[in-house]
Design a protein around this ligand. Structure first.
Ligand SMILES: CC(C)(COP(=O)(O)OP(=O)(O)OC[C@H]1O[C@@H](n2cnc3c(N)ncnc32)[C@H](O)[C@@H]1OP(=O)(O)O)[C@@H](O)C(=O)NCCC(=O)NCCS
Length: 176
């Protein structure tokens, strides 16, 4: 059963559809959503509720998502899921107002620790658009290693496929 995670500054807890408005408020920004593959912009509360509801049916032993909360405020989200035949993949985003304060590194560190503790993952993958250096830096700070170019990645907001890179974190290399 998914449960909440605490870090020094953040609470990570499973979302419910009631969180849709708060999540949309935090991330409804082209600069944020253009770096995701599957979110559209603008992202309404209804769309965020749809995303949360869709993920609620996933099997918790191999797929979990979390709201990232600072104080009482939803500031982003992160999650992990098993890709068929390809290991476990993480995803994350945080509203622009909170960029550059180490929040997502802190959140994803907790997500990785939780994944290695509770899921049968030997390694974790992160896929990043090549024009997203902040996300690459988050992965590098956590010990992810560059594995090479991915196939071009489709982004709904960009309306095209752009070059991306794959990063991998081997369990033994993880620094909690
Ligand atoms: C990428 C993202 C998650 C980073 O979140 P964050 O909370 O700002 O990340 P952190 O503060 O923990 O770390 C960001 C790092 O990137 C660095 N960085 C930021 N902009 C940069 C740039 N243009 N070039 C190089 N490094 C950059 C920061 O300096 C920091 O590194 P440092 O700690 O060594 O100084 C956030 O910008 C975001 O949500 N972007 C939109 C969605 C997204 O990209 N999701 C990931 C999809 S793969």
């Amino acid at each position: 059963m998914p449960h909440s995670l605490r870090t020094e500054r953040l609470l990570l807890r499973p979302p419910t559809v009631r969180d849709g408005a708060a999540l949309a408020r935090a991330v409804n920004d082209r600069a944020v959503l253009r770096n995701t593959g599957t979110w559209s912009y603008p992202a309404s509360a209804e769309y965020a509720r749809f995303r949360i509801a869709s993920a609620s049916g996933f099997i918790p032993s191999v797929h979990q998502s979390f709201l990232v909360i600072h104080g009482t405020e939803v500031i982003g989200q992160c999650g992990v899921g098993q890709r068929e035949g390809e290991g476990f993949e993480i995803g994350y985003m945080i509203g622009r107002a909170w960029w550059g304060q180490g929040f997502m590194t802190e959140a994803v560190r907790a997500l990785c620790a939780h994944t290695f503790r509770t899921m049968p993952a030997k390694s974790l993958w992160g896929g990043v658009f090549d024009d997203n250096p902040a996300s690459k830096r988050v992965l590098e700070k956590l010990g992810f290693a560059y594995r090479g170019p991915s196939a071009p990645v489709w982004s709904i907001v960009r309306g095209r496929s752009d070059p991306g890179s794959d990063y991998e974190l081997i369990r033994e290399r993880f620094r909690p």
